[in-house]
Design a protein around this ligand. Structure first.
Ligand code: FAD
Length: 518
């Protein structure tokens, strides 16, 4: 017999050997010896009160053998001679579109401007150490897209938008730990992601798909309302029938190309702000109610904060406990910061984007001349401003949190995880007022919600500008662009995803739509 039960385990109990067996036996009023195995189905930590509780959902096997391994299988077919579907971009959306094509019996032909994960590493090093931005290979572009050297948090709010579990099982199939199927806030970590991405590439190639790295799509032709061909950076033209456009929100050249060709685009609301970095022990002591180091059974603490300020949301975004701030620029002359963490989340710093909602209809009136690209131009201006204020390299402008809120330049800055380095700058006066003033009020309110958060020991680092796409590439119910039959805008760049999992789910959906009638 197998029974599913919920268990509440205190922090002290968590350290006890076989505690799940003991507690399950008590809960079910059976002998411990009758329990033949326990499978953890879900685990979360409730640290809201001083008594920290681990909440478990477990399957208790009573006089029955516990299955030893879980096999997640996907029905991949040999597609080497099948009809092609062209996929532009090999981020989570493009990767999962390609895998789904193979399951459905179609051949994915992937075109990716960046390099494979191994070669991409050198460009990541160059931006961190030498401040050199390769415009085709960086934290956003290359095999696995922005999802490879990312944090790998797999939390998504889009529960209704597809089968999250299926994406998780596929990640496990490709080498991610099974723990992601259990944790309430699953996380892979930047050190483990490249291998998972590489395994996905190997599956696609093994079943007959094609992947062309260092291949940038620069143009396409449309005849009688239908996409006919795409042009590559080297001038080569490829005939196409169905194209999944999964180029992400940093592929500005693609937005400009569509705009130039008078193909409908829409401005979209998004968010921008700064990244704040605290010593991890401060966040631990607030969240775990402790004065010294956190208990070794507890992971580096995280937080999620939100506050409405003058009719716009100010909120934490992509919080990375035990992580690093990274330079996520995709072009020369801009500074963009983002965050990531290794699987153990054992770095000394906690960083998070703190961003302000930018309403495309109400906040961009000075940029109206740019039409649907007004948000993109606003985003670019902020990134240029950060570049100038940081000293015209990848060094980022920064300020102590208290100085930022109280409006004075910092004499010196706190230590940081940001490898290209920080330069003291008056971000409080440099940021556009609608962002800067809301951030300052937001930080004050966060300090009241989390006592100790508002501290001179934290740095504010500029700018966090790539939270989501400022442009939407419209699509109809068949997921095709309403003006270009055969073109399927997909993932975060089109405005249909926000994060790894939702982009992957959208990739699957677009593949399913693209094969119809082929
Ligand atoms: P992308 O991942 O942006 O992929 C687009 C791909 O298209 C790129 O590889 C690019 O090179 C390619 N491309 C662009 N233009 C062209 C062209 N013209 N021709 C050919 N190829 C082209 N999300 C989370 O859910 N959890 C996290 O913890 C997390 N952490 C992050 C940390 C960092 C540092 C960054 C940068 C992002 C993070 N994200 C995180 C966001 C996440 O990575 C994105 O939401 C996700 O990757 C979007 O997937 P996508 O496939 O739509 O686009």
């Amino acid at each position: 017999m197998v029974k599913e039960i919920q268990l509440r385990i205190t922090l002290q109990e968590e350290a006890v050997a076989d505690i799940l067996v003991k507690k399950s036996a008590q809960s079910l009023k059976i002998k411990q010896d009758d329990i033949t195995g326990i499978k953890v189905l879900r685990k979360s930590i409730d640290a809201r009160k001083a008594l920290i509780i681990f909440n478990y959902k477990v399957a208790v096997y009573i006089k029955e053998t516990l299955p030893q391994t879980s096999e997640y299988t996907f029905n991949y077919k040999d597609v080497s001679k099948a009809k092609p579907i062209h996929i532009i971009g090999f981020g989570p959306a493009g990767m999962y579109a390609a895998l789904r094509c193979i399951e459905l019996g179609f051949k994915p032909v992937v075109l990716e401007r960046g390099k494979n994960v191994q070669d991409r590493r050198r460009d990541i090093k160059a931006i961190n150490q030498d401040h050199i931005v390769n415009e085709d290979s960086n934290y956003c572009f290359g095999e696995g897209g922005a999802g490879t050297y990312s944090d790998g948090k797999l939390y998504t709010r889009s529960l209704k938008r597809g089968d999250v579990r299926r994406i998780f099982e596929n990640l496990v199939y490709h080498g991610a730990t099974e723990q992601i199927l259990i944790d309430a806030h699953p996380h892979i970590g930047t050190n483990k992601l490249p291998k998972v991405v590489q395994n996905i590439r190997e599956t696609i190639l093994k079943y007959g798909g094609e992947i062309h790295f260092e291949t940038r799509v620069v143009d396409f032709t449309v005849k009688s309302g239908k996409i006919k061909s795409i042009t590559l950076h080297n001038g080569l033209e490829m005939s196409v029938n169905r194209v999944i456009l999964a180029t992400g929100h940093s592929a500005r050249d693609i937005f400009y190309l569509l705009f130039k060709k008078k193909i409908a685009l829409e401005a979209k609301s998004f968010a921008m702000g700064v990244r704040v970095e605290h010593p991890q022990h401060i966040i631990d002591s607030i969240q775990y109610h402790c004065s010294g180091p956190r208990n070794e059974l507890l992971p580096a603490a995280s937080y999620a904060l939100v506050q409405q300020v003058n009719e716009r949301g100010v909120y934490s975004f992509c919080m990375c406990p035990g992580g690093f701030i990274v330079p996520a620029a995709t072009a020369h002359g801009e500074v963009v910061v983002n965050g990531m963490s290794p699987s153990k989340r054992n770095n000394l710093f906690a960083n998070s984007g703190i961003v302000v909602e930018i309403n495309a209809d109400k906040d961009l009136y000075k940029y109206e001349q740019f039409g649907p690209l007004k948000g993109l131009e606003y985003q670019k201006d902020l990134e240029k401003l950060a570049f100038t204020a940081g000293g015209r390299s990848q060094t980022a402008p920064a300020q102590r949190l208290t100085d930022f809120v109280e409006g004075r330049l910092s004499n010196d800055l706190n230590p940081t995880s940001y490898q290209p380095g920080l330069k003291s700058a008056p971000l409080h006066s440099l940021l556009p007022k609608p962002i800067g003033s809301r951030l300052r009020k937001g930080f004050e309110s966060f300090g009241q919600k989390m006592k100790g958060y508002y501290t001179a020991e934290a740095n504010v680092v500029g700018v966090e500008s790539r939270t989501s796409s400022p442009v939407c590439i419209p699509r109809n119910e068949q997921l095709e662009h309403p003006e270009v039959s055969g073109l399927f805008p997909c993932g975060e760049g089109g405005g249909y995803a926000g994060g790894i999992v939702s982009a992957a789910m959208d990739g699957e959906r677009c593949a399913e739509a693209a094969i119809i009638g082929l």
